[in-house]
Write a protein that binds this ligand. Structure first.
Ligand code: NAP
Length: 279
């Protein structure tokens, strides 16, 4: 019997082992899900070992892009987002998938939000912002990318325009974003968590007229960004649904079995309890 794992470095705060454990126990599977710290310089050497010993594995920072050239094949999702967070070992081949984009979309569907033709303000230009920006461009949404480091926003704009020549992409400095008619604002920066818990990446006047504020942060459950958006009458979504949905999607890929709504709900409650200590 082969098992499953998460590879990355460092792996200290991952909820993936808890999430996977809950599903495997519910389905009475004998498999285990391991956390395996792999340094960037070890990744290439680790691949044959991962192929031999695992039926699949998740990939997190800093390997999501670096692993691509080491895989045998890429699913459409991995090609679209240019990053891999899930690998399936099948017939001696490693196939890369990306379930982060599906996780992001699940957060929108929870509140029945349609992206079609919406002008999006995306805060951040890192790994998570890249996946979201590619999804937005794929769906034809005009997007303004605001980042602290303008060159990173520019690099993301070039990537989007290369992949989607019709894409409408503006860039801005995070502390000097033009006031515009944004329908939705997405926070893909860590501003609002950890030592930045009392901060918001933008001032509350940006929420005027905005329909939805989506924060990828899941801890705390309600960041200052979401609190202020809520006060201004916006619909709000945090990152917990995305976190859980990307993990559940990986399990569905590996086991070719659908996770039913009841199990999904139980997992959501268990992880929320683990994170926030309530129900
Ligand atoms: P990343 O690749 O390291 O990118 C971080 C981004 O945040 C960069 O654009 C960076 O801007 C910006 N940033 C960092 N510190 C900042 C600060 N003090 N002020 C303003 N901007 C700052 O990280 P990532 O993987 O994209 O993750 C970004 C956020 O999304 C994190 O909060 C992470 O926890 C969350 N996330 C959630 C999920 C989920 O499933 N819910 C999944 C992935 C990520 P510069 O370029 O200027 O440095």
């Amino acid at each position: 019997m082969k098992n499953y794992a998460l590879i990355g470095y460092p792996l200290s705060h991952s909820f993936s082992p808890i999430l996977h454990g809950l599903v495997y126990r519910s389905w009475e599977l004998p498999n285990v899900y391991l956390s395996w710290e792999v340094l960037p310089e070890e990744l290439e050497l680790a691949i044959p070992m991962l192929k031999r010993n695992l039926a699949g594995f998740n990939v997190t920072a800093p390997h999501k892009k670096a692993i691509i050239r080491l895989l045998d094949d890429l699913d459409f999702s991995a090609q679209l987002y240019g990053a891999v967070n899930t690998v399936k070992s099948e017939d001696g081949k490693l196939i890369g998938f990306n379930t982060d984009g599906a996780g992001f979309l699940k957060g929108l569907s929870e509140v029945d939000y349609e992206l079609t033709n919406k002008h999006i303000l995306l805060l951040g230009a890192g790994g998570a912002a890249q996946t979201i920006a590619l999804e937005l461009a794929h769906q034809g949404c005009p997007v303004t990318i605001a980042n602290r480091e303008l060159s990173e926003a520019y690099a993301l704009k070039l990537l989007l325009e290369k992949r989607f020549p019709e894409a409408s992409v503006e860039i801005a400095q995070l502390n000097d974003i033009p006031k515009g008619s944004y329908s939705c604002i997405i926070n893909a920066t860590p501003v609002g968590m950890g030592s930045l818990a009392n901060e918001s990446p933008i001032s509350s006047d940006y929420f005027r007229g905005v329909e939805l504020a989506y924060d990828l942060i899941y801890n705390p459950a309600e960041t200052l960004f979401l609190k202020e958006a809520g006060k201004m009458g916006c619909l709000t979504v945090n990152g917990l649904t995305m976190l859980i949905a990307q993990g559940l999607k990986a399990i569905e890929i590996w086991f070719e079995r659908e996770i039913d709504a009841e199990l999904e709900e139980n997992i959501y409650s268990s992880i929320a309890k683990e994170l926030y200590g309530n129900d």
